[in-house]
Write a protein that binds this ligand. Structure first.
Ligand SMILES: Nc1ncnc2c1ncn2[C@@H]1O[C@H](COP(=O)(O)OP(=O)(O)O)[C@@H](O)[C@H]1O
Ligand SMILES: [Mg+2]
Length: 264
C-alpha cells in the first residue's frame, strides 16, 4: 500500500541581510493509499512550500519526507505535479503534449501514444487529440496537464491550486472530473486550494494551515467526495445541511487565524 510520510518537517528560507523566513514549522502528515488530502489556508501559510518539498523541488531544513519507505531526495516519476498555470508546449498538439514525458523517458511512439490515449479518454479529450493546446479553453488545457501528469503512473498527484484560474461553472465541472479520475486511477492526491467549498467537497482529509510560521492547525476527515460518487449530484451535496455546517466552522477557523496574525 502506497504511503507518503512527512515527519517533523520545518523550512527556513534564507533572506540576505534579514532573519530567515520560517515557512513551515514541525509538519507531520501521512497520506495513504486512496487519500485525497486537501490543504487549505491563507496566503503565505506554506502550502506551496509543502507541495514543493513532496515534489522534491527543494529539501526540508529539518525533518524528512518518504514515499513507500524511500526518502525523497529530488523529483521523481512517482510524484507528478499539476500547476495552476499548465505548462503545455504550444508547438505540440494535445496527444504529443500528453505523451511528452513518455518520450523523454524513451518509450517508442506506439507505446507512448497508447498510454497517452488512455488518459486523454479518461479526461474526456478524445475529440481534441490533434488540436493545438492554445485553441482549447482554460479548463480543457488543465485537463491536458492532468492527463500528462498521469502518464508516468505516479503514486501521488500534486496539485497547487489547479482550478484557481477557471470560471465558476468550469471549476465545478473540473472538480467532479478530478474526483472521478482519482477514483478510477486510485492515486493518492495532495491538492491545494483557497476555496473552502472546493476543499470540503473534494477531500477525504482536510488540513487547515495557519501562517507565521506555517503549520497544520486542524485536520478533518471528510465524507463528501464519497457521497458524491453515490449520488452524482455535487450541488445537492454542497447545499446540504452537513456541508454548510462544516463550511461555516472552517471559515470561522480561518478568520480567527487571520485575525491573530499581522498583515503582510
Ligand atoms: N524563495 C523564498 N524565499 C523567501 N521566502 C519565501 C520563498 N518562498 C516562499 N517564501 C515565504 O514562505 C512563506 C510560505 O510561502 P508559500 O509556501 O508560497 O505559501 P502559500 O503557498 O501558502 O501561499 C511565505 O511567507 C512566503 O513569503
Ligand atoms: Mg501557494
Amino acid at each position: 500500500m502506497a504511503a507518503l510520510a512527512i515527519r517533523n518537517v520545518s523550512v527556513f528560507y534564507p533572506v540576505p541581510g534579514k532573519p530567515s523566513v520560517h515557512a513551515l514549522e514541525n509538519i507531520n502528515l501521512e497520506i495513504h493509499d486512496k487519500d485525497f488530502v486537501v490543504a487549505l489556508g491563507a496566503s503565505g501559510c506554506g502550502k506551496s512550500t509543502l507541495l514543493n518539498l513532496i515534489a522534491g523541488f527543494m529539501a526540508p531544513s529539518e525533518g524528512e519526507i518518504s514515499l513507500d519507505g524511500r526518502v525523497v531526495t529530488g523529483p521523481g516519476a512517482d510524484r507528478s505535479v499539476v500547476f495552476q498555470k499548465h505548462a503545455l508546449l504550444p508547438w505540440l498538439n494535445v496527444l504529443d503534449n500528453v505523451a511528452f514525458g513518455l518520450k523523454i523517458q524513451g518509450h517508442d511512439r506506439g507505446k507512448r501514444e497508447k498510454i497517452a490515449r488512455a488518459f486523454i479518454k479518461l479526461l474526456g479529450l478524445e475529440q481534441f487529440e490533434h488540436s493545438a493546446t492554445y485553441e482549447l479553453s482554460g479548463g480543457m488545457q488543465q485537463r491536458v496537464g492532468i492527463a500528462r501528469a498521469l502518464t508516468s503512473d505516479p503514486a501521488i498527484l500534486l496539485m497547487d491550486e489547479p482550478l484557481g484560474a477557471l470560471d465558476a461553472l468550469t471549476r465545478e465541472r473540473a472538480q467532479e472530473l478530478i474526483l472521478k479520475v482519482w477514483r478510477d486511477t486510485g492515486k493518492m492526491v495532495f491538492f491545494i486550494t483557497h476555496s473552502v467549498e472546493e476543499a470540503l467537497f473534494m477531500g477525504t482529509k482536510l488540513i487547515v494551515m495557519s501562517p507565521r510560521p506555517g503549520r497544520i492547525s486542524h485536520v478533518f476527515d471528510l465524507p463528501f467526495s464519497r457521497l458524491y460518487f453515490e449520488t452524482d449530484n455535487a450541488r445537492e451535496i454542497k447545499a446540504s445541511a452537513e456541508f454548510i455546517a462544516i463550511r461555516e466552522k472552517i471559515l470561522q477557523i480561518i478568520f480567527t487565524d487571520e485575525a491573530g496574525t499581522d498583515d503582510e
